[in-house]
Design a protein around this ligand. Structure first.
Ligand SMILES: Nc1ncnc2c1ncn2[C@@H]1O[C@H](COP(=O)(O)OP(=O)(O)O)[C@@H](O)[C@H]1O
Ligand SMILES: C[C@@](O)(CCOP(=O)(O)OP(=O)(O)O)CC(=O)O
Length: 463
C-alpha cells in the first residue's frame, strides 16, 4: 500500500420530511444519511519540478472517467485558475470542488507551497446508479460515461463534492476534517462548490447531509452564496474575489444541522419505484402554486410545515425514550410487529404510556404529511404523491410492523420510503413482492455518519 494514500467518504440521502418547504429557511426538514457512500482516495502524483502542478480525478467505474486540470496560481494575487488538460471532458462538480478548496486555502495563506500534484480516485457504491442485475460486484463498472448511466436519486453529486472537498482540505491544507470547526468550513465550501456546479443555489439539504449525516436541516439564506462576486477576469477582481471567498466561507451561515436518527429497532425501508420524476420542473410548479394559490395554498403549506415539525419532534423524542425506558420501548416494538400503522395508533392510545404516545405521534404525523402532500399534488398539478404511490403506501401501511411511509424528497415516481420495525423487513418484502411489481426494496439502510476518513486497508483492494 502507498503509505501516503488516504480515503474520505460521504453518504447519500433521503429527505423523509420537508420536501419543497426546506427551500424556505424558516422550515426544518428531516434528512436521513444512507449506507450508500462515495469514496475519494488521494495520492500524490510524481511530477517534474519544471512543470505546473496538476490535479487529476479518476472515476474508473465509468467510461471516460478522467478529468485533469493544471493548477495556475497568480504570483501576485494568489488566485488559482484550473485550465482543463482534458478539455473535451466536463465534470462541473469535480472542477468546482477543486477550484473552491484551492482558492479558499490560497485566500487564507495556508495553501501548501510548492504545490504537489494530486490524483484522486472516486469509488461510488452501486446503489447510486441503476445496475443491470442484483449480482454485480462491489463498485461495479458501467460501459458508459457517468452522464449516461441512470441515477437512483440518492444525491451522488453532493456526496461526490463533499468527499472531494474533504480530501482536498486534508491534502492541500493539512486540515483535520474530523474537527468540528473544520467540518463547518468543509460544509460551506461543499455547498458553494455544489451551487456553482449546478448553476443555481439549491436548498443544500443533500450537501449538509453528506457532511453532517442524519440531521434536522434548516437552510442558509441563499444570499450568502449569491453575494460572492463572479469568477474574476482581472487582477484587481482576483484579489477582491479571494477576500470575499474567505469571508463567505468563514461567515456564520446559521444552518440547522442538529443530529438525529431513526430510533433503534426501527428502520427505513427504501423502495425504488420504476419511473422517475424531474425535480426542477416539479419545484417550479409547486413554487408557482405557492405564490399564486391564495389562501388554500397557504393553508396546505402551513399545515404541512406543522406535520413535518410534529414528525421531527416525535422521532427525536422516541429515540430519547428508547434509551430512557428501554423495557417499555422494547415491549411496545414487539407489539408493533403484530399490527399495521392504524393498529399502532390504537395500541398507543390505549396503553404504552409515554412510549405509546410517541409512536402515535409518529404515525399521525406521517398521515398528516401525506394528506397535505396530496393537497399540494392536487393544487399544484405536480405529481408529488401520485395515485399509484397512494395505493402502494396505503397497502404497505396496513402490513404488520409498518408505522407509515412517504414519498421522499420531491416525491413523484422515484421512490417510496417506509418507517418500519427492523424485524418486520423480510415479511414486508415477502408480502409486497409480486403484488406491487414496480417496487423494489433496496439494500439501503440509515447510516447516520456524515463525511469521514476511511481505513485505507479496507478500500485498497478495490483500487
Ligand atoms: N462516481 C462519480 N464519479 C464522477 N462524477 C460523479 C460521480 N457521481 C456523480 N458525479 C457527478 O455528479 C453528476 C450528477 O449530478 P446530478 O445530476 O445533480 O445528480 P444527483 O441528483 O445524483 O446529485 C454527474 O454527472 C457527475 O458530474
Ligand atoms: C423538492 C426539494 O425540496 C427536495 C428534492 O429532493 P430529492 O431527494 O427528490 O432531490 P433530487 O435528488 O435533487 O431529485 C428540492 C430541494 O430541496 O432542492
Amino acid at each position: 500500500m502507498t503509505p501516503s494514500r488516504r480515503c474520505f467518504s460521504a453518504p447519500g440521502k433521503a429527505l423523509l420530511a420537508g420536501g419543497y418547504l426546506v427551500l424556505d429557511p424558516e422550515n426544518s426538514s428531516f434528512v436521513t444519511a444512507l449506507s450508500a457512500r462515495i469514496y475519494a482516495v488521494t495520492a500524490p502524483t510524481p511530477s517534474l519540478d519544471s512543470t505546473l502542478p496538476t490535479v487529476t480525478v479518476l472515476s474508473p467505474q465509468f467510461q471516460e472517467g478522467e478529468w485533469s486540470y493544471t493548477v495556475c496560481r497568480s504570483p501576485t494575487t494568489g488566485f488559482v485558475s484550473l485550465p482543463a488538460i482534458t478539455p473535451d471532458r466536463r465534470n462541473p462538480f469535480v472542477q468546482s470542488a477543486i477550484a473552491s478548496v484551492i482558492n479558499y486555502l490560497s485566500a487564507t495563506g495556508t495553501l501548501q507551497t510548492p504545490l504537489p500534484s494530486l490524483t484522486m480516485t472516486i469509488l461510488s457504491d452501486n446503489a447510486y446508479h441503476s445496475q443491470p442485475s442484483d449480482a454485480v460486484p462491489r463498485f461495479n463498472k458501467h460501459p458508459l460515461p457517468i452522464t449516461e448511466v441512470p441515477k437512483t436519486g440518492l444525491g451522488s453529486s453532493a456526496a461526490l463534492t463533499t468527499s472531494l472537498v474533504a480530501a482536498l482540505l486534508s491534502f492541500y491544507g493539512d486540515m483535520n476534517t474530523d474537527a468540528a470547526e473544520t467540518k463547518i468550513i468543509l460544509h460551506n465550501l461543499a455547498q458553494l462548490a455544489h451551487c456553482n456546479a449546478q448553476g443555481k443555489v439549491g436548498s443544500g439539504f443533500d450537501v449538509a447531509c453528506a457532511v453532517f449525516g442524519s440531521i434536522v436541516y434548516r437552510r442558509f439564506q441563499p444570499s450568502i452564496i449569491s453575494s460572492l462576486p463572479p469568477t474574476p477576469t482581472s487582477s484587481a477582481a482576483e484579489a477582491l474575489y479571494l477576500l470575499s471567498l474567505k469571508n463567505v466561507i468563514e461567515a456564520d451561515w446559521n444552518v440547522g444541522t442538529r443530529a438525529c436518527s431513526v430510533p433503534r429497532r426501527m428502520r427505513l425501508l427504501m423502495g425504488d419505484v420504476s419511473g422517475g420524476s424531474e425535480t426542477p420542473a416539479m419545484v417550479q410548479m409547486v413554487l408557482r402554486w405557492r405564490k399564486d394559490g391564495g389562501e388554500s395554498a397557504s393553508a396546505v403549506w402551513t399545515a404541512l410545515g406543522k406535520a413535518n415539525e410534529k414528525l421531527i419532534a416525535a422521532m427525536i423524542a422516541l429515540g430519547e425514550q428508547a434509551a430512557k425506558d428501554p423495557k417499555a420501548y422494547d415491549a411496545f416494538v414487539d407489539e408493533v410487529l403484530k399490527v399495521g400503522a392504524s393498529g399502532v395508533a390504537q395500541l398507543g392510545h390505549s396503553n404504552g404510556g409515554r412510549t405509546g404516545e410517541l409512536f402515535v405521534q409518529v404515525v399521525d404525523a406521517i398521515v398528516e404529511i401525506r394528506h397535505n402532500l396530496r393537497g399540494m399534488t392536487a393544487g399544484s398539478g405536480a405529481q408529488i404523491e401520485p395515485v399509484e404511490q397512494t395505493k402502494l403506501l396505503d397497502a404497505c401501511s396496513a402490513l404488520p410492523g409498518v408505522l407509515g411511509g412517504v414519498v421522499p424528497g420531491a416525491g413523484g415516481y422515484d421512490a417510496v420510503c417506509l418507517l418500519v420495525a427492523e424485524a418486520a423487513v423480510d415479511a414486508i418484502a415477502e408480502q409486497t413482492e409480486g403484488v406491487f411489481e414496480n417496487v423494489k426494496w433496496l439494500e439501503l439502510r440509515e447510516e447516520a455518519t456524515g463525511v469521514r476518513e476511511e481505513d485505507m486497508l479496507v478500500i485498497e483492494e478495490f483500487l
